[in-house]
Design a protein around this ligand. Structure first.
Ligand SMILES: C[S@@+](CC[C@H](N)C(=O)[O-])C[C@H]1O[C@@H](n2cnc3c(N)ncnc32)[C@H](O)[C@@H]1O
Length: 271
């Protein structure tokens, strides 16, 4: 089984330092190696100052809130591409008429190569892969990168999901502003969903959104990400924005596709 993951050595991130623990006597070696390569260090017990920690069980890698820091213990969070919302959307929402598919340039008989430059928990990128696109997921937070890698690796065990992951998804942990220059061929479309300072409706639920905000902050460099990606997309850059938000970097898009609470701003790079 193969999973194409590249870890960039010089990860430039605003993510807080986080450690990993294990509740397994035999934690999977490949995940231990992945955590080491992402400079996430092992601690037998997280320090009281750590808000979160990663826990490696016998089956998966999960993000836990550290009750010793005063946080309320909620359900651990892990990435699952087989069941839950990702599973539901794969089986019941794979239409090319949906706004995301239209925004990104999918057409009957045409499935563009896409870079999801703000992969997060991989939900939007996975939808695009389920629609038949080849997708490179780029995520700069090592914590999210580790959770994504673990979710993809487990997804390989399912026959249908595994085929999609093996044939269509590549994960790169690093900053899109650096990675995008190295990709050959260049992507037809680049999809961006940077964190917006105010609470926004998104593919993620409220708990995931709050955790993301605490882990990665507000993506203050969204404007430079847009400027940079506009130079490298063969056909378009698509930015997801809350409905009432001004366009990213104040640049008017070529057109917009609206939804109930958000919209896609489409920037065509070639006529
Ligand atoms: C709102 S979340 C994206 C959620 C995602 N669309 C999903 O479906 O799960 C934004 C993510 O983009 C990542 N990000 C922001 N700027 C980035 C950059 N320049 N390079 C790579 N990742 C970036 C953040 O670390 C965060 O995980």
């Amino acid at each position: 089984m193969t999973l194409c993951t590249k870890i960039l050595q010089s990860i430039n991130t605003t993510s807080p330092l986080i450690s990993w623990t294990t509740s397994s006597r035999r934690p999977p070696l490949h995940t231990v190696k992945l955590l080491e390569s992402l400079c996430i260090n092992f601690k037998a017990t997280p320090s009281p100052s750590d808000l979160y920690f990663l826990n490696l069980t016998e089956t998966h890698l999960e993000l836990r809130e550290n009750t010793a820091s005063g946080k309320i213990s909620r359900k651990p969070l892990f990435v699952d591409f087989i069941t839950g919302r990702n599973g539901y959307r794969r089986l019941h929402n794979s239409t090319i008429r949906q706004p995301l598919a239209r925004a990104i340039g999918i057409k009957p008989g045409f499935r563009p190569y896409i870079v999801d430059g703000t992969a997060g928990f991989g939900r939007d990128g996975f939808v695009l892969a389920c629609l038949g696109c080849k997708v490179t997921l780029v995520e700069r937070s090592p914590i999210l990168g580790a959770l994504l890698e673990d979710g993809l690796r487990r997804g390989l065990r399912d026959e249908d999901v595994g085929k999609i992951i093996r044939e269509q998804i590549t994960l790169v942990v690093g900053d899109t502003k650096n990675i995008i220059k190295t990709l050959s061929p260049p992507p037809f479309s680049i999809f961006l969903d940077p964190m917006y300072p105010k609470l926004q409706k998104s593919a993620l639920n409220k708990v995931e959104m709050r955790i993301l905000r605490e882990l990665v902050g507000d993506d203050q460099d969204g404007s430079s990400l847009l400027y940079c990606t506009l130079q490298f997309a063969e056909n378009r850059v698509v930015v997801k924005r809350p409905k009432e938000a001004p366009p990213l970097a104040g640049i008017s898009p070529s057109h917009q596709i609206g939804m109930k609470n958000s919209r896609f701003d489409v920037y065509l790079t070639k006529g």
